[in-house]
Every structure is written in C-alpha cells, then in structure tokens.
Design a binder for this molecule. Structure first.
Ligand code: 5GP
Length: 142
C-alpha cells in the first residue's frame, strides 16, 4: 500500500466526486467514470490493497458478497441481459489503479463484446506434461 490516497480512497472519502451506490464498513461500490456499458460499477475494499492476494480473508469475503448482492441490482437498473465480472490483477493484466477493484460490466444481447476468453493474448499450445507440471506447482504452492 502506498502512502498517497488512491483515486478510489478519495472517492470513498468524499474528496472527489463519485456516484457511490453501495457502502459498508469495509466495502464501497461506485459507477466507473469511463463506463464500458451503462451501469459499469467498481466494487472495492475501502482499504487500498493493491492485489487480490493482499486482501485479508474477511475483506475478500465482504467484497465478493457485495459483488453477488450488487450484480442483480445493477442488471435490473439498466435492464441488462447478463454481466461480465472481472479483476485486472496487476499492471500486466491492465490494472491502472493500484487499489483492488472488481469490475461489474452489464452485458446486452448483441452488444458486440466478447467473453473473458478474449482478454489474453494468443493461446499457448501446452503438452499434457506441461499442463500436469503447472497443476502440480499450483497444488503444491502455499
Ligand atoms: P483498471 O484498469 O485499473 O482495472 O480500471 C480502473 C478503472 O477505474 C477504469 O475503468 C476507469 O474508468 C476507472 N476510473 C479511473 N479514474 C476514475 C475516477 O476518478 N472515478 C471513477 N468513478 N472511476 C475511475
């Protein structure tokens, strides 16, 4: 965590304007200022953890509970057919604001967007042995 307040802390603190739609002791949600779709909402822990793995378990649970609660409310508000929910977890994944945030992006039939499968680069051609090794490394890590 850096000492300077992130843009999201400034919104939560009321220091800059933001359309806050949800707030608890640990979590806030507000409309994205540059929405990918009407109703595009960011769900954030109030504390400025940078990456998902830094979230304490209870805060992570609170963030996910907020995502679950808000998703149907957001869909209803903009009459969406679905939502894409995702996190840019680190700069290489496109994270620009170093404060964990879950994007809830309303989706509409025929909106021209793609699935989450479209976000990565070209697909790797992995052998079974390589897949086994990756799975073993993940399982064994702590
Ligand atoms: P990231 O690329 O870090 O996953 O996404 C950051 C998001 O924050 C972007 O979608 C961007 O539009 C949004 N954003 C950046 N600055 C502001 C701001 O000042 N207010 C609000 N509401 N959203 C912002």
């Amino acid at each position: 965590m850096s000492d300077d307040p992130t843009i999201f802390e400034q919104i939560i603190d009321g220091d800059i304007p933001g359309r806050i739609v949800y707030e608890t002791e640990t979590v806030a949600a507000f409309l994205d200022a540059n929405p990918l779709a009407p109703g595009h909402t960011l769900v954030v822990p109030k504390e400025p953890y940078e990456r998902l793995d830094e979230l304490p378990d209870d805060v992570a649970a609170d963030v996910w509970a907020a995502v679950q609660e808000l998703t149907p409310r957001i869909e209803d508000a903009v009459d969406a057919d679905a939502t894409t929910v995702g996190v840019n977890n680190g700069p290489a994944a496109g994270q620009e604001v170093p404060h964990v945030h879950v994007h809830v992006v309303p989706r509409f039939e025929g909106d021209g967007g793609g699935p989450i499968h479209a976000v990565a680069g070209s697909r790797p051609n992995l052998s079974d042995a390589e897949m086994d090794e990756i799975a073993a490394d993940i399982e064994a890590s702590d």
